[in-house]
Write a protein that binds this ligand. Structure first.
Ligand code: NAD
Length: 496
C-alpha cells in the first residue's frame, strides 16, 4: 500500500518542495514483500548544487547563525513534540521503507524524539567561557560558533535516527544544512522536513536532496561552499568521501562500520550471556553498526554457550513489519542479501563451521522479501576474512580465548573500533577489560544501549569525530563510553 501522503515533489530546497530538476524519480519498495510504498523525486548534481547555494545564502545572510541559541533550542523541542504527536505515521513510514518490525520503528521514534529534546535543552547552555589572561588590561573569552554549511549523508539501517543525530545538533549550533538520506529509505526524512517547517525552521536553513551517493552525496563532499561533510555509512564509502573532501580541506566527520567483539567469560551469568549474544547480532537482522557480530568466548564455556545460542537462533521467527509474531525482519535489498550470502560462502570456504542458517528461509511468506536465516559460524580463525569483514547481516562468528589477556588481544585485533561488550560476574575484571578494549563504546553485561548525552563514535577505522554528547579535548583525545548494567538479566527479546 503506497504512503498516501508522500507526493512526487520530495526535494526541499530553499523552503520549497520541488520535483527533481532533471525529472528523475525512484520507486521505494518494502523489503519484506516488494510492495510499492512510494515514488519519490531522484535528485541530481544540479539539485544538490542548488541546495548547497540555498544553505550557503541562509548561513551567510547571518540572521540564523546569530539567532538566539535558546530560540533554536525551543524549535528543536517543538520538533520533538511533533515527533511524539505523529509517531504512528513516522513509525509506519520507517517500517515500510526498511522492512523492520513496527515495534522497533516505534522504539526508534522514541529515541529520535529524545535526541531532539536533548539537543533542544543543550542549545544555549554552553556558549563558551571566560579565560583569565593574568592581566588587568586585557579580557579574553572562548566562544562556540557554528561551522557553517553542513552536508549530511546517512544510511538506511536506522534512517531517521541517523538523520536526527546530525540535524538536531546542527540546528542547535546555528548551522545550515543539506541532507541526503539513503536513496533506499527516504520517507521519514521527507516527513522530518515537514516537521521542521511546521516548527518554524527558516527557508534555506534545512534542505533535503534525495538521490544516490555518487550523484548527490559526492557534491556535498566536494563542494567548496560546504564547510563540514558529516557521513554515516560503510568504511569504503567513508574513504571515498574523505578523498573527495580533501581538496577543499573541509571538516569531515565519519561514523563508519564495525566488527564488534562480544567477550564472554566463563564466570558470566549464562542466561544473560545467551540472551544478549542473540540480541547483539540478530536484532534488525544484524543490520546495526554496533551489532555484536564476533562472539569471543572462553574455552571452557564454548560448547555449552554455542549450543544454546544455536538452539535459540533456530527458533527466531522472521517476518514482515506488521506480522505480530515476527521477531526480526528482512535485509534491506536483494543486493545486500547477495552480499551476505557471499560473505558466508567465503567464510565457510576458508574453514568456518556453519552451525545453523546459511540460507534463505523457505515458504510463501518469504518469497517476495529479502530474508536470511539467523546464522552461526563457529571455529573461525583470528585474522580470517570472517572476522575482519563486516557482513552487516544476521551472521554470528565464534572465536575462543584462554584468559583475560588473550580475550583483549583477540577483541582488539580488528581495524574497526566502534563498540564491544564484556560479560563476566567479576566486576573488577569487567572494568579492566573495558579499559583495554580499543572500541568507542563498551557495554558491561549489556549490549546496544546508547545515551544521547554520551559520546558515540569509533576508534581506528570506525570513524573520525563523535556524535552526541560533548567532545573532550577535541582531536587529541578519544572519548570512550563505558556503560555497565548493574542488574543484568535476560531481556528475552527473542522469546524461544
Ligand atoms: P553506504 O556507505 O553504502 O551508504 C551510506 C550513504 O552514503 C548513503 O546515503 C549512500 O547513498 C551514500 N553514498 C554512497 N556512495 C557515495 C559516494 N561515492 N559519495 C557520497 N555518498 C555516497 O552504507 P549503507 O549500506 O547505507 O549503511 C551501512 C553501513 O553504515 C555499515 O557499514 C554500517 O556499519 C554503517 N553505519 C555506521 C553507523 C555508526 O554510527 N558508526 C551507524 C549506522 C550505519
Amino acid at each position: 500500500m503506497p504512503h498516501a501522503d508522500i507526493p512526487a515533489a520530495t526535494l526541499f530546497i530553499d523552503g520549497e518542495w520541488r520535483t527533481a530538476a532533471e525529472g528523475g524519480t525512484r520507486e521505494i519498495h518494502c523489503p519484506a514483500d516488494g510492495t510499492l510504498v512510494a515514488t519519490v523525486a531522484e535528485g541530481s548534481r544540479t539539485d544538490a548544487e542548488q541546495a548547497v547555494a540555498a544553505a550557503r545564502r541562509a548561513f551567510d545572510e547571518g540572521t540564523w547563525a546569530s539567532s538566539s541559541a535558546w530560540d533554536r533550542g525551543d524549535l528543536l523541542l517543538r520538533v520533538a513534540d511533533i515527533l511524539v504527536r505523529d509517531k504512528a505515521d513516522f513509525a509506519r513510514a520507517e517500517s515500510l521503507d526498511t522492512g523492520k518490525r513496527l515495534v522497533e520503528s516505534e522504539f526508534d521514534m522514541d529515541d529520535i524524539a529524545a535526541c531532539f529534546r536533548y539537543f533542544g535543552k543543550l542549545a544555549g547552555t554552553d556558549s563558551g567561557r571566560v579565560v583569565d589572561t593574568g592581566s588587568p588590561d586585557a579580557i579574553s573569552r572562548v566562544q562556540y560558533e557554528p561551522v557553517g554549511v553542513c552536508g549530511m549523508i546517512t544510511p538506511w539501517n536506522f534512517p531517521l535516527l541517523q538523520v536526527a543525530w546530525k540535524v538536531a545538533p546542527a540546528i542547535a549550533a546555528g548551522d545550515t544544512f543539506v541532507l541526503k538520506p539513503s536513496e533506499l529509505t527516504p520517507s521519514t526524512a521527507i516527513l522530518l522536513m515537514r516537521a521542521l517547517t511546521e516548527a518554524g525552521l527558516p527557508a534555506g536553513v534545512g534542505n533535503l536532496v534525495l538521490g544516490t551517493g555518487p550523484e548527490v552525496g559526492s557534491v556535498l563532499a566536494e563542494h567548496p561552499d560546504v564547510d563540514l561533510v558529516s557521513f554515516t555509512g560503510g568504511l569504503h564509502t567513508g574513504r571515498t568521501i574523505s578523498a573527495l573532501a580533501a581538496p577543499t580541506v573541509k571538516k569531515v566527520a565519519l561514523e563508519l562500520g564495525g566488527k564488534n567483539p562480544n567477550v564472554v567469560f566463563a564466570d558470566a551469568d549464562f542466561d544473560t550471556a545467551v540472551d544478549f549474544a542473540l540480541t547483539a547480532i540478530f536484532l534488525h537482522s544484524g543490520q546495526v553498526c554496533s551489532a555484536g557480530a564476533r562472539l569471543i568466548v572462553q574455552d571452557e564455556l564454548h560448547d555449552r554457550l554455542v549450543d544454546e545460542i544455536v538452539r535459540r537462533a533456530e527458533r527466531i521467527r522472521i517476518g514482515g513489519p506488521f506480522d505480530d509474531d515476527a521477531e526480526t525482519g528482512p535485509l534491506i535489498s536483494e543486493a545486500h542479501l547477495r552480499k551476505v550470502e557471499d560473505y558466508v560462502a567465503k567464510s565457510v570456504a576458508e574453514g568456518a563451521v556453519l552451525r545453523t542458517g546459511g540460507a534463505r528461509p523457505e515458504g510463501e511468506r518469504y518469497a517476495a522479501g529479502h530474508f536470511y536465516l539467523p546464522t552461526v559460524l563457529d571455529e573461525v580463525r583470528q585474522g580470517s576474512y570472517a572476522v575482519t569483514e563486516e557482513s552487516f547481516g544476521p551472521v554470528l562468528t565464534v572465536e575462543r580465548f584462554t584468559d583475560e589477556d588473550d580475550a583483549v588481544r583477540i577483541a582488539n585485533d580488528t581495524h574497526y573500533g566502534l563498540a564491544g561488550a564484556v560479560f563476566t560476574g567479576d566486576p573488577a575484571k569487567a572494568q579492566r577489560v573495558a579499559n583495554r578494549l580499543r572500541h568507542g563504546t563498551v557495554w558491561i553485561n549489556d549490549f546496544h544501549p546508547y545515551l544521547p548525552q554520551a559520546e558515540w563514535g569509533g576508534f581506528k577505522q570506525s570513524g573520525i569525530g563523535r556524535e552526541l554528547g560533548r567532545a573532550g579535548l577535541g582531536e587529541y583525545q578519544e572519548a570512550k563510553h563505558v556503560y555497565q548494567n548493574l542488574r543484568p538479566g535476560p531481556q528475552n527479546w527473542f522469546s524461544g
